[in-house]
Design a protein around this ligand. Structure first.
Ligand SMILES: Cc1ncc(COP(=O)(O)O)c(C=O)c1O
Length: 378
């Protein structure tokens, strides 16, 4: 059979999580919390499935949920979106990203992707005949190399995919980054897909700047967000996309035949919980405490850690421990030491080795303590 994605295999997350299970390893690889979500959310979800909320939702999502989301965006980012025509609830950010790419990318269009990149961007671009132009970020800060970006952006650029806070490095875009982006796209017709799933996990007094805060950039952007990340419910696979009306109209043309609509009762539960902003407003403090606790536990290890700026991932320089390529080092970590992490090279251009692996600290203190015990012995 002729594959449409000949170079795609099993994702590193599946591989590492499976190996972690097989070897009874502590799993700091895949990005999901191993603690319970808010009890109130569970209660609301139970109520919703026990009531009249079990049939199809409206195509774009529940009106109440969309209204609360646009109000929140207005409050936090001072941008006014129309809840009827500019926001759509999706099956996680993954579906929002796939649908956005399918709606915007035509055969031979160029799409710029910053590496290391979350793994669902490029296969979607390839499926729709687009050509990926990679821009490699450099360790240890993984800031955006604007000179390199200028070299690859041209009239062929249809889409630039950005991700702030960035998985895996935790890099958080600054005002200057957005200024530079604005200058780079000025005389092009490029759209921007801004993946902001870690929007509420930004540390050390930094603030998440959404692309929608700049009116000109907002007009050419589609933003993707994830309830899974924000409410510790990655298994619910719910998220949303926000964009100016002409972009959202094209997005919905695909969405209606892709899924038509997404989980109705859980949308209802989330819309009720959104009445209370404290859940997402306290998330940065919650995860900063986790990051700091983890870093305190491993401060005497042979890894080198630069405290992550955002997300629930911590990069670790392992070159003081091993000369192995990062994937082999991670396999050894699982098999010999019973600890699972993610090698960064799998997200890099030509699998570039940078001497870094990624730990997820969205875990209970007990799990972090057990992981630290292993890390400190290496
Ligand atoms: C950068 C990034 N974008 C998108 C996603 C997917 O989000 P969701 O689980 O809502 O599909 C993830 C999940 O790990 C991610 O790290």
């Amino acid at each position: 059979m002729q594959s449409k994605l000949p170079n795609v295999g099993t994702t590193i997350f599946t591989t590492m999580s499976q190996l972690a299970l097989e070897h009874g390893a502590i799993n700091l690889s895949q990005g999901f919390p191993n603690f319970m979500p808010d009890q109130q959310l569970i209660k609301l979800a139970k109520e919703a499935v026990s009531s009249q909320k079990n049939q199809y939702a409206p195509l774009a999502g529940l009106p109440g949920l969309r209204q609360k989301l646009v109000e929140k965006i207005q409050r936090l980012h001072n941008k006014c979106y129309d809840w009827e025509s500019e926001i759509t609830i999706t099956a996680g950010a993954t579906q929002a990203i796939f649908t956005a790419i399918s709606a915007l990318v035509h055969p031979k269009d160029e799409v710029i992707v910053f590496k290391p990149a979350y793994d669902c961007y490029e296969p979607a671009v390839e499926l729709f005949g687009g050509k990926v132009r990679q821009v490699q970020l450099t360790a240890p800060d993984y800031a955006i190399p604007w000179e390199k970006v200028k070299d690859v952006v041209s009239e062929k650029t249809k889409l630039i995919i950005i991700n702030t806070p960035h998985n895996p490095s935790g890099y958080v875009w600054t005002k200057d980054d957005f200024k530079a982006l604005k200058a780079v796209v000025k005389n092009t017709s490029a759209y921007i897909l801004s993946d902001e799933v870690y929007e509420y996990m930004v540390f050390d007094g930094k603030r998440h700047i959404s692309i929608c805060e700049d009116e000109e950039l907002a007009d050419r952007s589609i933003i993707t967000c994830s309830f899974g990340k924000t409410y510790h419910v990655t298994g619910w696979k719910l998220g949303y996309a926000v964009a100016a009306k002409p972009i959202m109209a094209e997005f919905r043309k695909v969405h209606q035949y892709n899924v038509f609509c997404v989980n109705h009762p859980l949308q209802y539960a989330l819309s009720q919980l959104l009445e209370d902003s404290s859940h997402y407003l306290q998330l940065s403090d919650f995860y900063q405490n986790k990051r700091d606790y983890f870093l305190k536990l491993v401060k005497d290890s042979k890894f080198n850690f630069l405290p992550t700026q955002g997300t629930y991932f911590q990069m670790a320089d392992y070159t003081g421990i091993s000369d192995l390529p990062d994937t082999e080092f991670c396999l050894e970590l699982i098999k010999k030491h019973k600890l699972a992490a993610i090698p960064i090279s799998v997200f890099n251009q030509k699998n570039l080795q940078q001497g870094f692996i990624r730990f997820c600290f969205a875990k209970t203190d007990e799990t972090l303590e057990k992981a630290a015990e292993i890390i400190n012995k290496l």
